[in-house]
Design a protein around this ligand. Sequence first.
Ligand SMILES: O=C(O)CCC(=O)C(=O)O
Length: 300
Amino acid sequence: MPKTMTDNSLSSQLSPTWAGRDIDRLSERQRQSFFRNGFLVIENVLNQEEIDRYRGLLADFDQNFTHNYSGHGEEPRQPGETLNIRNAVSRATEIRDLMVHPKTFPLLLDVMGPNICLTTSHAYLRPPSPPGTTEDFKQIGWHRDGQAFSTCEPGGQLPWLYTKIGFFFSDTTIPDCGALRAVPGSHRYSGAIAQDDDHWEPYGAVEVGVKAGSAVMFDNRIYHSVGPNYSEVTRENIYLGYCWRYIRPIDYIEQEDHVLEGATPIQAQLLGKVQDALSFYLPQDGDVPLSEFVKQMNQV
Ligand SMILES: O=C(O)CCC(=O)C(=O)O
C-alpha cells in the first residue's frame, strides 16, 4: 500500500483538477519491489469517473485519428483498429492531468527526484486479435526501451534512462488479453535474455495483468512485450514516460505553444519549458519548480 498524505496546497500545485486531493507516496515495500523487480503495480489509481473520462478520450481518438503516429512516420488506420499515438499529451489537455496524477506522480518523484520531464506520452487501443492468431504472435516483440543504448554499459549495466507509468482503463487480468508482459528483474542485467530456442517466452516472463484504473510503473530496461489479445475486449491504456532533463525526450523536440497554454508551472516543466540550454544540466531557481514541490512534500 502507498503512504497517503493530506495537504491540499500540494495537490493544487500539480493541477487545479486535483485540488483538495490527498497525494500518495512510495512505501518502503513499494520502493524495494520497484528496484528489485523493475516494475510496480499501483492499484486503484483512477476512480470510475476518471476511468470513464479517459476511456471517452480514447474513444474520440479512435474515431478521429485516421493515422497512427507510432514512430518516424504515420500509418493509415480505421476506427476499431489498433490505435498507437505518440505525443498524446499534445493532442488532449486532459493527459496533462494524468501526467501529474496525485496517486502516481509523487511515487515517481520518490524514485526519480525533481529534475525530470516527460519523454513520451503514448496512447494505445489494442483490439481483440483476428481469428487464427497464434500463441507466439507478439503485438510488440520482446525488447528493452532505449535498446539503442545497449552498447553503452557503464559499469556493465545498461543505463536507466526513464520510467514509464502505464494507466490502464480496461481490465487486463483476463489471461492473454494483450496485457503487458515482463521479465521481473531483467533491468538489473545486460546482454541476451535467457530463453529456450523452441519457445517464444523468456524464462520467468509474467503477464502484468491489472484491473481497470490501475497503473504499472516500470524501468525502461525491463524486458517487455505484448502478446495476442484473445479476449473480446479492447485493451485501453496510456503510457507516460519521464526522463531526467539532461536526456532528450522521445516524442518531441519542443512542444508547440498550445500544449503549454494554461499549464501549471510543474506541468510546464514536464512539458519541456526551459529558460536556456544550460538549464538542462545546471538548473537554476525557476527552472525546476518540482524541486520546491519535493521539498514541501518531504516536510509534510
Ligand atoms: O503496449 C504495451 O503494453 C507495451 C508497449 C511497448 O512495449 C512500448 O511502447 O515500448
